[in-house]
Structures are given as structure tokens and as C-alpha cells.
Design a protein around this ligand. Structure first.
Ligand code: CTP
Length: 404
């Protein structure tokens, strides 16, 4: 992935134990194609050496206003003019206070103040003890920073190096990377709400068994991420899958098809786009047994009666909002053969403007896929690519059809 190709970032490190995570973040940014110029405060250099950061970024680190390497002796001007963004990770409570006050007594705070504010955004990933984070002074400084146009990337929660547990940890490097990539993406879905279903459903037979399928949820999760990157407010209704929640999305975990339908119906009224990627079980056991079904010694399996599950996509697509065009519905079709004909027939049957066909065994659990987009005008293939790339292309196709 070269999501950050051509981007030039100043990665600023300030004093805090989370500096150890900045090494991995730097590596991730470079791997994503960014040119990374590391600038460290003196306190940051007590936690991690400039040698490490130089090796990972491939560039000498700057840590002093008085650095004589720049011919004009103005690293604060040169570094900030060359950047597409300044990312402070970790940002200590003290450094945030400095930013809020416009102080400039070291190279990093000086270049933040000297940056062309309209052209070079400032992204801040705070890292501190939970008491420092909750302190009114820190919260006041954060509010001031946001009011001055700073982009606050939030904090994580959990165990802290000091032994306490709470809010204030720096976000993990993959989370920060996802946020930085999303920050640079165009925002054609700003102000729109997108509802996505993903993964399989689980239909209980008894308290310990059930029927499900091999959907991994990867495509739906990639679509939720791509919609968020494009600026949408995203609700992701997920069946049982082992995937991290895409950053900045609201996830609702469900089990059965009926639970999925209830969650979808709750959110569909507010949505502008509904994308049904879930592999919903077509049938469920008529009545789940209350206790575990035991072998009866006859050698025969128990007879299970099945009933059909509600069709979530067809239900939403037949609603007045979908029919009027206020809610743009997109279906998926997991087929095993004859994709074009099956997908076209399914689009008609479900009553949706756009249906995305794929071959089930070729996609379930895989990181890449091929998609066939079928609408009223015909079919168009998105060739094999990583699911995130396909998700971004699909979001662009939806924007073109629903909002152009
Ligand atoms: N879908 C749904 N609710 C169901 C079944 C399917 O919302 N009970 C949605 C899926 O999320 C997908 C589309 O309908 O967007 C097609 O799913 P698929 O399983 O391919 O189709 P089916 O309707 O189940 O048709 P068939 O099994 O006959 O191919």
C-alpha cells in the first residue's frame, strides 16, 4: 500500500514513554510511502534515541533550533515549509500546553508556530497519565488547540506505564496510521451517513451450537473504513467476526439475522447509503433448543426444522426512503458460478440500484477479490485488488451514482 505516497510529514516526538510506539509509527508511515522528517525534543531523546528514528525514517533527525546543518540556519522555517502536515506523536501534556499558548522555546514548538497555518495542518496524538489527561488544564488546552485548527487524534484507554489504568494512552501505531491516511483522503461523503452490514450471522441450534458461514467480514470492514475515509459518519453492523473496528466508525455487534435486521432498521432511517455486505444465513433452526441437544444412542442425528430468515436488504430496499431515492441501497451477491447472470437477476429481485457480485469461495477469508458492479445500465468489473482498494473504488462508484 502506498496510501501516503508523495506526502511529506514532520513527525514530532515529545517527552513520554509512548516514544517507543513512535518508532513503529515512523516505520508504518514510511512503508505507506510518506517521506518522514523526525523532529525530537530533548526530553523525547531521553526515551528513544535519534539514531533509532534516523534509521527508521532514513533521514537525520533535527532536535535543536540552533542546528547549523541548514544553510540559512532556520530549520523551523525550512522544515515547516516542506511539510504537508506536522504530526506530534506522542504529544505530552506539557507540549500541548505550549502549543495552546503559542510558546516556541524549542525547535518542535517553534516550527509548529512558524508553520503556514492554512496550508500545513497540525495533527496531535496525546499521551499521558490518566490524571494529567483528565485535568481541567489539559482539557482546556486541548479545546484551545482544536479552536486554533489543530486536529486531535484522541487517546486510547487501558493499562499505563505508571501502573494505573484509564484514558490517556497514545493510540496504537496502526490506529494512528489509519487516521493519518483518512485525514489526507478526499471527503465526498462529508455530512452523509453510511450504514454497512458485514460478516456472517450465527443461527443458534442450541446453547452451544449453531449454523454460520465462512464470511470473514473483511470486505464489509474495508468498505466501512473507506466510507469513513471519504468523510461519512459510518455505522457498521457486524456479525461474529474477529476483526478490529475501523477507526472512527460506530460498530454494533450482532449474532443472528433477526438481530442484524433490528439493528439495521434502527439506523436505516438516518442513513443516506446502505451497503449490505453481510452473508446473512438464509435459514435458521425453527426453534433453538434451550438445553444442549444430546445424542440419544440411536445413531441418528436429530431432525432439525428450518425457517427462512428475513431478507434484510430487500426489506430496507422496499422502504419508502429507499424507493424515493433518499436512501441509496447497495447489495452484494456471493455466487459460486455464472456471476453476471445471477448478479443481474439478484439486483432485480432485491430492488436495488447497484449490486456487487463476487464469487464466494474466491473471496471468503481472502485479502483480495474481484468485483462485478451491476446496475440498470449493465455490468462493469473491478479487477482483482486488495479489498481496501476495491472498497475505495466502490465508494467512489456509489458517490458517482448517488450524489453526483
Ligand atoms: N441479504 C440480506 N438478508 C438476507 C439474505 C441476503 O440482507 N436474509 C443480502 C446480503 O447482505 C447481500 C444480498 O442480500 O447484500 C445477497 O445475498 P446472497 O446471500 O448472495 O443472496 P440471497 O438473497 O441469499 O440469494 P441466494 O442465496 O438464493 O443466492
Amino acid at each position: 500500500m502506498t496510501d501516503l505516497a508523495g506526502k511529506h510529514l514532520v513527525l514530532g516526538l515529545t517527552g513520554g514513554i509512548a516514544c517507543y510506539k513512535a518508532a513503529e509509527l515512523c516505520r508504518g508511515l514510511v512503508k505507506a510511502g510518506a517521506e518522514v522528517q523526525v523532529v525530537m525534543t530533548m526530553d523525547a531523546a531521553r526515551f528513544i534515541t535519534p539514531v533509532t528514528m534516523q534509521a527508521l525514517s532514513g533521514r537525520p533527525v533535527f532536535d535543536s533550533t540552533w542546528d547549523a546543518r541548514e544553510p540559512n540556519h532556520m530549520p523551523h522555517i525550512n522544515l515547516s515549509r516542506a511539510a504537508d502536515a506536522v504530526l506530534i506523536a506522542p504529544a505530552s501534556a506539557d507540549f500541548i500546553a505550549k502549543l495552546a499558548q503559542g510558546r516556541a522555546d524549542d525547535l518542535l514548538s517553534l516550527l509548529c508556530l512558524a508553520r503556514p497555518i492554512a496550508r500545513v495542518p497540525l495533527l496531535v496524538a496525546p499521551a499521558m497519565n490518566r490524571e494529567m489527561w483528565a485535568h481541567p488544564a489539559t482539557q482546556r488546552n486541548m479545546a484551545q488547540l482544536a479552536a486554533d485548527g489543530g486536529v486531535l487524534l484522541g487517546v486510547g484507554s487501558g493499562w499505563q506505564a505508571c501502573g494505573e489504568t484509564g484514558d490517556g494512552r497514545m493510540l496504537e501505531p496502526p490506529e494512528l496510521l489509519e487516521d493519518v491516511i483518512a485525514f489526507f483522503a478526499p471527503k465526498p461523503l462529508a455530512g452523509r451517513r453510511v450504514l454497512v452490514t458485514a460478516g456472517p450471522t450465527y443461527e443458534a441450534i442450541d446453547p452451544v451450537r449453531g449454523i454460520t458461514n465462512r464470511s470473514s467480514g473483511k470486505m464489509g470492514f474495508a468498505i466501512a473504513r473507506a466510507a469513513r475515509e471519504a468523510g461519512a459518519e459510518v455505522t457498521l453492523v457486524a456479525g461474529p467476526v474477529a476483526l478490529p473496528t475501523p477507526r472512527g466508525t460506530t460498530r454494533i455487534d450482532v449474532g443472528s439475522a433477526r438481530e442484524m435486521l433490528a439493528a439495521v432498521q434502527h439506523h436505516a432511517d438516518a442513513a443516506d447509503v446502505f451497503i449490505a455486505t453481510a452473508a446473512v444465513a438464509d435459514w435458521r433452526p425453527d426453534a433453538a433448543a434451550e438445553q444442549k441437544i444430546k445424542k440419544d444412542g440411536s445413531g441418528r442425528a436429530p431432525a432439525l426444522a428450518f425457517v427462512e430468515n428475513p431478507d434484510i436488504l430487500a426489506t430496507v430496499a422496499s422502504s419508502p426512503r429507499a424507493q424515493s431515492g433518499a436512501l441509496f441501497c447497495v447489495g452484494f451477491a456471493a455466487e459460486s458460478q455464472d456471476l453476471a447472470a445471477n448478479a443481474a437477476a439478484k439486483r432485480e429481485r432485491k430492488g436495488v440500484p447497484l449490486l456487487v457480485g463476487n464469487i464466494g469461495p474466491a473471496t471468503f477469508g481472502h485479502d483480495d477479490n474481484t468485483l462485478l458492479l451491476v446496475d440498470a445500465h449493465g455490468a462493469h468489473e473491478l479487477p482483482r485488488a486488495p479489498k481496501l482498494e476495491l472498497a475505495r473504488e466502490l465508494i467512489a462508484e456509489i458517490v458517482r451514482r448517488a450524489f453526483a
